[in-house]
Design a protein. Structure first.
Length: 315
């Protein structure tokens, strides 16, 4: 990158990977706190202890020997989600939407036999999808049924909301929408849509799929802008409380919105990606610098932090 290009990049307020790591993650996130967010089991238990709603856990598969009884364990469950405890980037997640005697159906309607399902769980336990590559655990939990507001702009999967929080203040947010290209998963690097969310109102703004700016969902043809995200103030308030709970000053907070239960905390991320800036078409660096300059009164409580963010941030 030329010096001129670098200056233009920095002037735009875009936060780069090295600056994120050196200026925000390393000073704000003690390594001792990482296990609480890197392990979904520990995150779930901590959130439940603090009264924060999460998807219900049906079973925790810890040993390969558990797999011989997996069909019996799930005999009363027609739908559920399987995920690795230490997974990343959506790897290993399987949405089971229905079942028949000898097979189950994934979110795309594809049949999976019980031996194939057991093999998938064995891969999770062996660490195929884990951050460290070490042996892992498999969570089998509630399948969330999305709020109907997202039905026109989702393809088969479950949308989620990512909020970047710095020093307890929600700094930037986006709605991630599944597409056919992403195989029904809400992962941007797999082809999902990222739609920026205006912090003050909870309305979706710009949207991107990969590097392409879009206005319509490629599979449904419906507009992805000006969607009012339900329970927005509640999610901002929850996000604003989590830095104190987990001991991380810079983190990503992911929510699902169930049509019956409302917002559910999906997971936390100590190293949230930077593509949220593309989805918002707005740099994160200037927002973080503004938070650093905020008065002490702003940080008094989760309520003051969330309210300040709503008034301070709009692109």
């Amino acid at each position: 990158m030329s010096a001129w290009s670098r200056q233009r990049f920095e002037y735009s307020g875009v936060l780069g990977l090295n600056a994120r790591n050196a200026n925000y993650i390393m000073p704000s996130n003690p390594r001792s706190a990482y296990p609480l967010v890197d392990n979904k089991v520990l995150t779930k238990r901590l959130m439940e202890a603090r009264g924060i709603a999460v998807p219900s856990l049906y079973h925790l598969v810890e040993y390969h020997g558990d797999l011989k009884n997996i069909k019996e364990m799930l005999k009363d469950r027609r739908n559920f989600v399987v995920k690795p405890a230490r997974g990343w980037g959506g790897g290993g997640i399987l949405l089971v939407t229905d079942r028949i005697a000898e097979s189950i159906f994934d979110q795309n309607g594809d049949l999976i036999s019980w031996p194939e399902f057991s093999h998938h769980l064995a891969n999770i336990l062996s660490g195929v999808y884990s951050l460290s590559g070490l042996e892992d655990q498999a969570l089998i939990e509630e399948l969330v049924h999305p709020d109907p507001v997202f039905a026109p702009v989702s393809y088969e999967g479950i949308p989620d909301i990512r909020i970047i929080v710095y020093q307890g203040i929600p700094a930037m947010a986006m709605l991630r929408l599944p597409t056919k290209a992403s195989n029904g998963k809400a992962n941007l690097h797999r082809g999902a849509i990222g739609a920026g969310i205006e912090i003050g109102s909870g309305l979706t703004l710009n949207a991107v799929q990969g590097a392409k700016v879009i206005t319509l969902h490629p599979d449904t043809g419906r507009s992805v802008s000006d969607i009012q995200v339900p329970y927005w103030e509640q999610m901002l308030l929850t996000a604003a409380s989590l830095s104190e709970i987990v001991g991380l000053g810079y983190l990503g907070v992911d929510f699902l919105i169930d049509r019956n239960r409302g917002p559910l905390l999906l997971e936390l991320n100590a190293r949230p990606g930077l593509s949220i800036q593309i989805a918002n078409r707005c740099g994160l660096k200037k927002r973080l610098e503004l938070i650093d300059r905020a008065s002490a009164a702003v940080f008094a409580s989760p309520e003051t932090r969330a309210n300040w963010a709503r008034s301070a941030f709009s692109c």
